[in-house]
Design a protein around this ligand. Structure first.
Ligand SMILES: NC(=O)c1ccc[n+]([C@@H]2O[C@H](COP(=O)([O-])OP(=O)(O)OC[C@H]3O[C@@H](n4cnc5c(N)ncnc54)[C@H](O)[C@@H]3O)[C@@H](O)[C@H]2O)c1
Length: 270
């Protein structure tokens, strides 16, 4: 299999981790990096230089910056190459989601969404394909300092910091939650992509802020199928207070990029 040329947008925690880890994988070569703050000493270009010329020799762009980057640049990227959406909360915006779906078909490109901290995505996707998925609820519980939220959840989380017991910050649909917690609930956006028969409007989201959660990020998934079929999982990921992403999720992300090589063209969770 030939070497895939990669471009990475975002040179923060995840971007730097991926550049380092992917340099050890012979099947991939990172040929371009972009970031909001350019770093000439590390060959990191500014976002304004995501242009036709710089995308020419790239097979796959990996976005690990911010959902706004997907909204702004996915159109241009998909005209040239495949796209790995590291900030899938962007896809809760109907126009962005539809545009990605249409462009990937029009230009025969692949769009990959990482499973991240979402456990059992393949099984849930199969159930959705077979029309067997009746319900899906994802609950994420973190320490209050691990959230980066918009109003009114931001204020609710400030109150939660003063309590000792856990506070439910949000209960509703993934569609409603994504813009309120754009950097915290990528896992739920991944769930809505996998459970495509339910989608962003029917996958249920619960966000819990728990001052006792000093060492873990917890993701609970409850799946409902026909005739009382149920599956419940609880993923406990070691994470320091203040960490937005648990450690194992970084490696899950890397594994998703490696796996993308074996997927057929189309829209995939991997
Ligand atoms: N899918 C998943 O499971 C998963 C896991 C972790 C992180 N993420 C997402 O990946 C992205 C990067 O995460 P990270 O932990 O590396 O974050 P980070 O803050 O460490 O790095 C983000 C980088 O992107 C740049 N950036 C930030 N906001 C930007 C904006 N509005 N426009 C352009 N550039 C911007 C910053 O300059 C920074 O270099 C975030 O959107 C995060 O939500 C997804």
């Amino acid at each position: 299999m030939s070497v895939k040329n990669l471009g990475i947008i975002g040179y923060g925690h995840l971007g730097q981790f991926l550049v380092h880890e992917l340099s050890k994988v012979p099947e991939f070569e990172v040929v371009k990096k972009w970031n909001r703050t350019p770093r000439p000493e590390d060959h990191v270009l500014p976002l304004e230089e995501i242009n036709e010329k710089n995308l020419e020799d790239i097979d796959l762009v990996i976005e690990v910056a911010d959902p706004s980057v997907i909204k702004k640049y996915s159109d241009l990227i998909l005209r040239h190459c495949d796209l790995f959406v590291g900030s899938p909360t962007a896809l809760a915006d109907k126009d962005t989601f539809n545009s990605l779906k249409n462009l990937s078909k029009q230009f025969n490109r692949s769009v990959y969404v990482p499973a991240g901290a979402f456990w059992g995505g393949n099984d849930i996707q199969k159930m959705a394909e077979l029309g067997l998925l009746k319900g899906l609820t994802v609950t994420m519980t973190k320490h209050p300092s691990s959230f980066k939220l918009e109003s009114p959840l931001k204020e609710l989380n400030e109150e939660a910091k003063t309590r000792t017991e856990a506070t439910v910050l949000f209960e509703g649909t993934v569609r409603e939650l994504c813009p309120l917690a754009p950097n915290n609930v990528n896992t739920m956006a991944g769930a809505a992509i996998a459970a495509h028969s339910l989608g962003f409007d029917e996958v249920k989201a619960r966000l819990v802020s728990d001052p006792e959660m000093l060492e873990w990020h917890v993701v609970e998934v409850e799946v409902e199928g026909p005739d009382g079929f149920r599956v419940s999982t609880k993923r406990m990921n070691p994470a320091r207070p203040g960490a937005v992403t648990g450690q194992l999720t970084y490696f899950s992300f890397l594994a998703s990029i490696k796996e993308s090589r074996f997927k057929p063209k189309g829209f995939h969770i991997c």
